[in-house]
Ligand binder design. Structure first.
Ligand code: NAD
Length: 298
């Protein structure tokens, strides 16, 4: 049987470290603040934003939430970002994606001050990550690195396959695994929608990171015996024979993979909690840097 990688428990450790740093910052007169901005109020985005606000509260970070009408002009969002960039009590800014169609997402990401860009999506921060000088590592791949470290997964010299090439998961994950740094030094293959013979690639991997957003499409046959499998996918599917009832599943067919993989993350309870925890981590890092206080984040 595979060892289950417990994201809830590693995330709790990260939150405890973050809470300690928050205390240090507060003692030095810096109250870390994270601003969330929501423009397109679909139910999933609303849930994500309120979870992020709740997480902040739990570790002592001040949450500032701004909502903008979905049909307001794009300029209103840009001006909101400008205001938040100027505020001393705001150290991190997160604009919840997706934004409405009339708003240019790239412009939004460029508008956020790079030192407050706790998602790590501003081109300056993307560049720094690629150059091996990351300021903020994007939360999901950063969280995955923490899981690999917590479970002693050796990536140096390993063959790693990342399935998915999005800007928020696949690309930064591949870059981090490639870096000459801890939880890096892997030989990385990035697969995507135009990849041929995917199974051939995943079967040869010591580490598979699945982030395609396709329910349970990587099964036990596509994985090498003993490989580490990190399932990023969050897919809501109908439960067979249960009418309208739905459940969350990953991109990996957990039932068939769990007997083959050496270590595997469940969905839910694997990568998801880590993504949330790393946002708090980045916010505290931002507050320390902006407030001129040394915080020791592991
Ligand atoms: P995305 O839709 O932006 O990207 C999906 C990627 O998968 C694309 O690069 C595409 O080329 C690739 N792909 C599509 N079909 C493929 C195929 N048949 N074979 C190989 N690659 C294929 O998605 P995303 O934002 O990167 O998210 C991916 C999944 O991870 C989603 O389910 C999302 O909900 C989830 N997610 C989870 C977390 C978390 O914290 N656990 C965070 C972000 C995203």
């Amino acid at each position: 049987m595979s060892e289950t990688i417990d994201g809830e428990s590693v995330a709790a450790d990260v939150r405890a470290d973050v809470a300690e740093c928050v205390e240090t910052l507060r003692e030095e007169g810096v109250v870390p603040g994270l601003a969330t901005v929501l423009m397109k109020a679909d139910p999933a985005s609303e849930t994500y934003v309120s979870m992020k606000q709740r997480d902040c509260e739990e570790v002592g970070i001040e949450g500032i939430h701004v909502e903008i009408d979905a049909d307001a002009p794009a300029e209103e969002l840009y001006e909101t970002i400008d205001d938040l960039n100027e505020r001393d009590d705001v150290h991190g800014i997160l604009v919840q994606m997706p934004v409405p169609d009339h708003v240019n997402k790239r412009k939004v990401l460029r508008r956020i001050a790079p030192e407050k860009d706790v998602d790590g999506f501003h081109p300056e921060n993307v560049g720094r990550l690629v150059a091996g000088d990351a300021r903020f590592k994007p939360c999901t791949p950063h969280g995955i690195q923490k899981l690999l470290a917590a479970y002693d997964v050796e990536t140096a010299g390993a063959d790693a396959v990342v399935v998915g090439r999005s800007d928020i998961v696949g690309k930064p994950m591949a870059n981090l695994l490639l870096q000459k740094a801890p939880q890096g030094n892997a030989t990385v293959t990035v697969c995507h929608s135009r990849t041929e013979n995917l199974a051939e690639k995943t079967r040869n991997a010591d580490v598979v990171v699945a982030a395609a957003g396709i329910p349970e499409f990587i099964d036990g046959d596509m994985i090498a015996e003993g490989a580490t499998v990190i399932d990023v996918g969050i897919n809501r599917v109908e439960v067979e024979g249960e009418g309208d009832e739905t459940e969350l599943v990953g991109d990996v067919d957990y039932e068939s993979a769990k007997g083959v993989a050496g270590k595997i993350t469940p969905v839910p309870g694997g990568v998801g909690p880590m993504t949330r925890a790393m946002l708090l981590y980045n916010t505290v890092k931002a507050a320390g840097e902006q407030g001129g206080v040394d915080v020791e984040l592991p």
